[in-house]
Design a protein around this ligand. Structure first.
Ligand SMILES: [Zn+2]
Length: 249
């Protein structure tokens, strides 16, 4: 009787310990912020922005035919330059908006071709092929080299590291994750951004959500109130992006 009562309890404790270990491992090894496998650029030096606080805006998962144009309109109205990490198949479906983003002075980066859940579990060769395919589509559309990359889900591992190294991609992370995909509440998302806000930060947003335009307007008002400037990624990271990609390869 005692044993039959104890076994489920022991199993439950063991499961919780295992889940804890897996979570710790995931949190400290595979997340982009850990910079364990990929030396992702996640923020600028806060000391450079003490006098005049500034951040950079990045948008993942586009192109969305309805919301991306609205985001672009707001950015244009406020004369802000942002970075868009695009999904290859969406870029292929809406090439006019890829060209528009580039023509309006925003930066473009690769965010995989399909954004499948299985992306991080592929071989290095398969990941490289997918990134290469996306890079070629984007490069041909805008007529310039594309060398920025943000991994889907912010997951990094040795296979992704190998693929990005082979393609000479510069990996961009973030320091302020809005978690806008988890909550449609603008108030809640702003509160989270506010909590994480720091000079030299890179904010992660998505231009594929129905609330994205309203969130962006509210965020710009908040940043203005806090006297934050919005700069490009290059300005925040204080580096000149360079690529050694050979498109003729
Ligand atoms: Zn994504």
């Amino acid at each position: 009787m005692t044993l039959s009562f104890l076994i489920p309890s022991i199993l439950l404790i063991l499961s919780l310990i295992t889940a804890g270990i897996i979570y710790w491992f995931w949190y400290n090894c595979f997340r982009i912020e850990s910079r364990r496998y990929l030396k992702a650029l996640c923020c600028g030096n806060p000391a450079h922005f003490v006098e005049a606080p500034a951040i950079a805006l990045t948008f993942d998962d586009g192109i969305h035919p309805e919301y991306t144009p609205k985001i672009l309109e707001i950015l244009e109205k406020h004369q802000i330059k942002a970075t868009f990490f695009l999904i290859g198949e969406k870029a292929q479906a809406y090439p006019e908006w890829v060209r528009y983003i580039h023509a309006n002075g925003h930066q473009i980066g690769i965010h995989s071709f399909y954004h499948r859940n299985s992306f991080p579990f592929q071989s290095a060769a398969a990941i490289r092929d997918e990134l290469e395919q996306t890079r070629l589509i984007l490069s041909r559309l805008v007529g310039t080299e594309i060398f920025l990359f943000r991994p889907p889900f912010g997951v990094t591992n040795p296979m992704i590291a190998q693929a990005t190294q082979q393609l000479n991609l510069t990996t961009i992370g973030w320091s302020i994750r809005s978690l806008d995909t988890r909550s449609s509440s603008i108030e809640q998302t702003l509160k989270r951004i506010c909590k994480k806000l720091h000079p030299g930060g890179i904010i992660l947003l998505h231009d594929t959500l129905p609330q994205a335009p309203e969130l962006l307007e509210a965020l710009l008002a908040l940043l203005d109130k806090k006297k934050y400037q919005i700069l490009s990624l290059e300005q925040i990271l204080q580096i000149k992006f360079q690529s050694s990609l050979n498109l003729t390869k």
